[in-house]
Design a protein around this ligand. Structure first.
Ligand code: HEM
Length: 232
């Protein structure tokens, strides 16, 4: 147990903490689904300009005529922004709780490792947030233009990742994402009660590592392939 002896949380505070962890787990799960789908979509770059630009256009016409043009994309954006607000809010709540508990002594060394990893999640999360802002300015609003201005999403992609330092920035962001997912999926499994036996813990650990690797490597393949000329 990591609970400080002099500030035992009240039942209400403990319930709120559990609720906030649930909010983090569920909103995090939505992000996992999104990044997996986005990663899969990006791999269409291997199909060439036609395949990639068609896919990008398809995202905008999905659900027509029931939804207006780009309607599906806007529903998705609202969902993602809602999940992001909840994820960041619960992270702040849990951070402030652990901060106030830290004024007293931890009882076991394991708590120190947990604190380091929690701190890494926080700063990794902030780095990811900054990356997402830059990424949207680059590929969604087309505000940050690397190596020219292109109307085709495929041309924009290829032009951007011809530049080595853009690839390096993305690889760093993907490493941060991988680590965030590895710890996040594991934490969410604990919160949802999926780590009660040694076997369940092994499964949760393997799942966390697999998700982290599939997402970070799956995303990294496209910029790297462009840089070395496999995608032109
Ligand atoms: C190599 C890595 C990545 C590449 C090449 C890439 C590429 C793109 C492109 C081309 C778009 C614009 C799509 C369009 O408008 O048709 C886009 C949008 C987006 N990407 Fe990425 N992406 C990458 C990684 C990520 C990661 C790691 C995240 C999240 C953690 C992310 C989140 C988003 C979001 C939220 C959008 C906006 C979707 C929208 O509302 O239009 N991307 N990405």
């Amino acid at each position: 147990m990591f609970v400080a002896t002099s500030t035992l949380p009240t039942v209400t505070a403990r319930r709120t903490t559990i609720a906030m962890k649930m909010v983090m787990a569920v909103s995090g799960a939505l992000f996992v689904l999104y990044v997996l789908a986005h990663m899969y979509g990006n791999l269409k770059a291997f199909g060439g300009k036609g395949a990639y630009d068609d896919y990008s256009e398809h995202l905008r016409t999905l659900g027509e005529p029931i939804l207006p043009y780009s309607g599906f994309l806007w529903v998705l954006r609202l969902l993602l922004v809602g999940a992001l607000v909840l994820h960041v809010y619960s992270a702040f709540y849990l951070w402030s709780r652990s901060h106030s508990a830290r004024s007293t002594q931890y009882q076991v060394r394991k708590a120190v490792a947990a604190t380091i990893s929690a701190r890494f999640m926080r700063w990794g999360g902030v780095a990811l947030l900054l990356f997402i802002i830059v990424h949207l300015l680059q590929f969604t609003t087309n505000t940050i233009r690397v190596d020219g201005n292109f109307s085709s999403p495929y041309d924009r992609l290829v032009a951007a990742f011809h530049v080595w330092w853009v690839v390096v920035i993305y690889l760093l962001a993907l490493a941060a994402l991988g680590m965030h997912l590895r710890h996040g999926v594991w934490s969410a499994s604990q919160t949802l009660g999926w780590t009660s036996s040694a076997r369940a813990r092994r499964t949760a650990n393997t799942t966390a590592i697999t998700v982290a690797l599939v997402v970070s490597v799956g995303f990294a393949i496209v910029p790297l392939s462009i840089l070395v000329g496999l995608i032109t």
